[in-house]
Structure formats: structure tokens, C-alpha cells
Design a protein around this ligand. Sequence first.
Ligand code: 16G
Ligand code: MG
Length: 501
Amino acid sequence: MDLGAITKYSALHAKPSGLILQYGTAGFRTKAEHLDHVMFRMGLLAVLRSKQTKSTIGVMVTASHNPEEDNGVKLVDPLGEMLAPSWEEHATCLANAEEQDMQRVLIDISEKEAVNLQQDAFVVIGRDTRPSSEKLSQSVIDGVTVLGGQFHDYGLLTTPQLHYMVYCRNTGGRYGKATIEGYYQKLSKAFVELTKQASCCGDEYRSLKVDCANGIGALKLREMEHYFSQGLSVQLFNDGSKGKLNHLCGADFVKSHQKPPQGMEIKSNERCCSFDGDADRIVYYYHDADGHFHLIDGDKIATLISSFLKELLVEIGESLNIGVVQTAYANGSSTRYLEEVMKVPVYCTKTGVKHLHHKAQEFDIGVYFEANGHGTALFSTAVEMKIKQSAEQLEDKKRKAAKMLENIIDLFNQVADRRVISTTNAERQAVTPPGLQEAINDLVKKYKLSRAFVRPSGTEDVVRVYAEADSQESADHLAHEVSLAVFQLAGGIGERPQPGF
Ligand code: 16G
Ligand code: MG
């Protein structure tokens, strides 16, 4: 390590003294102007992780669904997965070290993790479309180069694309080519193959309106469109040409407001979907003939996929074990449907893809989705082959899928320090502050088929309040009452929470 050079460059990316940040649910996230030093240091850390694993490591500059003024960074491990938990701790230590302690922390990490400093390092970098992202990714590159790492800057990418690049590079191209064309070819080929066997093939089944949250999804889908030829016709909305990123649009907006994004006209039964700012979430929706809005969120997508796979396994006589992983945000009726009707075991983990992914790996077929639209299905190549053969039944299975209640509300609450709230049982129960869980329990008892929980956000400075009940009105009231309890018991600041209805 050239300590002299590190000190010199670090001073150019100086840490504002006293600023403390946490590697949260999906990396660091805060106002973009506070992140320069974090980016530089994550460049350094990515080099150490690359040397230790003898693999390519990814760095993604994005703050996903957060407002445009925010930014963030996350590291991607060799198999395209989220950074290992012990390295998240290193990331937090390194980001928070004051200038004069930074070198020592860097050396400590290398020693603790037995990093061979002579080993080569390679880092790939991607970024979203935020105005701050280009400069911040340059700071990552500064960190990589000062530690002698090689890098490839992919520039603008969606988060899933960066994960793909890392995986391809570490598997010798067996999974696909680590280029943007490679990504489009692989995905479009799979899509065309799957859908050409579908029984419904009219034009209305091939068109999709896509709300791109004014983010990177627009640029990338526009590039990818050509690869579908006749297989899919997409119409893009909120493509970033005028509106603000994630503002009144995008998957988070549609899911939490249960209505279409601004800037998209929907006729009845048109197929529509929304990405979030870095295009790693998707939710689908449509208006029925009576103009009612229907959302196919992560819960329903998980139900559709797992019902399809479960029935397929029965048909092909395979007794593979299949499990669905959700978080506390999953609508209770989706969990009941999966367990009681589909007879699929359901597991609940903490919020964040890394937790769900980890659990889903325990099954032959693991389907995981967060209600907000992050998710996928994991299975081996052997299982995949069998599934492909039976793909013609897809549309049929879809029609049989669940009809579920949607009485959800997700409110936000500002408190002096959101860390006063700690949780257990996959974030479904509050441990502190004292009395909060008891207060929630009492409120929940007042409503039928109800459930509520609170947790500190891992991406924003708020406490999230979740409530569900047998009607929208009850869910709204319960959410408001719970948010008042949080305000009183957890040191609420500013105005008392107002009803969100
Ligand atoms: C991040 C997570 C997402 C989670 C969300 C929760 C990834 C890739 N993303 O976007 O899974 O649902 O944070 O945000 O893990 P919150 O902690 O602010 O509620
Ligand atoms: Mg995202």
C-alpha cells in the first residue's frame, strides 16, 4: 500500500469531521453532498475485497427510490450478491474513520481479512442517472486506482445490470457476456422463448406501458427494445426527459399510493408497470372495465410464480422442495393464500434483498419477493430446463392465480433518532422503546384481520409504519393510530402525524 498516495488523495476527498453514516439495508444512502469521502473509501474497500476473493467486485452508485438529491453506494460480491455482512461492518468503520485514522482502519481490515496486498484487483463500476452520480463514481475510481486496482467503468447502468456484469466476469463468461449487448441478448432470448409458447398471443398481450420513474430504466429499456423484435412492444413514460427522478412516479409511488403514476394515461385492461430509480423493482397494474385500479405487487408476483412452479412440479412429477420468502410487509392475505391454498411454505425475513436471497437459497426452488417489487426465483439449471419445457402452461396458470385484498398503508414518521426503535422477529415486533409494542398490540386488537408493525428505515431518516386490516378505512385508521403511538413513545419531532387519508 502506498500510504503517502492514499493520504494525499484522501485529503482531496476529505470526510466532514463528525459525520457518521451506516452501511444500511442496501449500502450507504444520504444527501449526495455528504458522500464524496464515502465513494473514495468504497473504491479502496472494493480493491481489498477483490484482492481477498481474487475476483471482480462491483460498485454501484445509486440511491434507488430515494429523492433525486440523495445518492448512495453499494458493493457487489463475486457471485453478483450483496456484500458479505462482515464486510458491511468494515465499510461502516472505513466510512466513519476520521481522516487521521483512515489508514489504520484500512490496514486493520487487510490484516483481519488476511488480504494479500500483492494480489491483483479488478473493480467494475456502474451508476444511475442522478445529477450527482457521475462525479461520485469518479471518486470511487480515485479510490480504486490509488490502491493499484484495475477497473472498468460501465457508466450508466441499472442495478441488476451491474450485478449481471460481476457474475459474468467471475464465471468465465459461462453465464453470459459481461457486456451490455450480452445482457440484452440473454434476457430477450429467454423472454422470447418463454412467451412464444404462451397460448395468448394477440397484440394486447404483447404491449406494455412502462413508467420508468424518470430514471435509468428508460435509457436501458429503450436500448433493449430492439432485441425483442415482435415479442414485446413497450411504450415508455416518465423517461427522464422532463420530470424529477422518483417524483410522483415509479414503483415506490405506485405501491404506496395505490394509484398510477403521474404522466401515464391508462385505458381499461392495458398492461402497465413501474420501475424504481435504479430499475431493480417492478410492480404491474391495470384498470378494469369499471375503472378500478388493480396492483400486482411483489406479493402477487411471488404468488403467481410460485403457484405456476408448484403446479408445474406436480405435473412433471418432481418432488423438489419449493419455498417462498417474504418480509413483514407482505399482505397477510397473500401469506394465507400461499400457505393454505397453494400449500407452499412461507418464510419471513428482515427487509432487504440480501436477507430474502439468503433464505431462498435453502430451497431447490426459492421464490422471494418484497411487497415493493424486489425479487426473483432461484433454481438450478436442471430445474430450469424442465420449467422451460412446460412453459406453454404459463398463461393458463396466471388466470387461476390469487385474488387478494389490498388494504395496506405505509406511512412515514419523523423522530429525533430512529435508532431508538429496535425490532425482533423479522422486524415484526418492536423491542424498544418500552411500551411501544404493547401499544401497537392494543391498537391492532380493535380491528378485524389486522396487523401492524414499525421499523426504522434503512435508507431514509424516517420510521416506517405498516398496517393492514379488513378494509381500507380500518387500515388507514390503524396506521394513523400507530403513527401517533410512535410519535409519543419514540420521541417524535415536528408536527404530530396527520391521518394519511
Ligand atoms: C432497499 C432494499 C430493499 C428494501 C428497501 C427498504 C435492496 C437491493 N434494496 O431499497 O430491498 O425493501 O431498501 O427501505 O436490498 P427502508 O429500509 O427505507 O424501508
Ligand atoms: Mg432500487
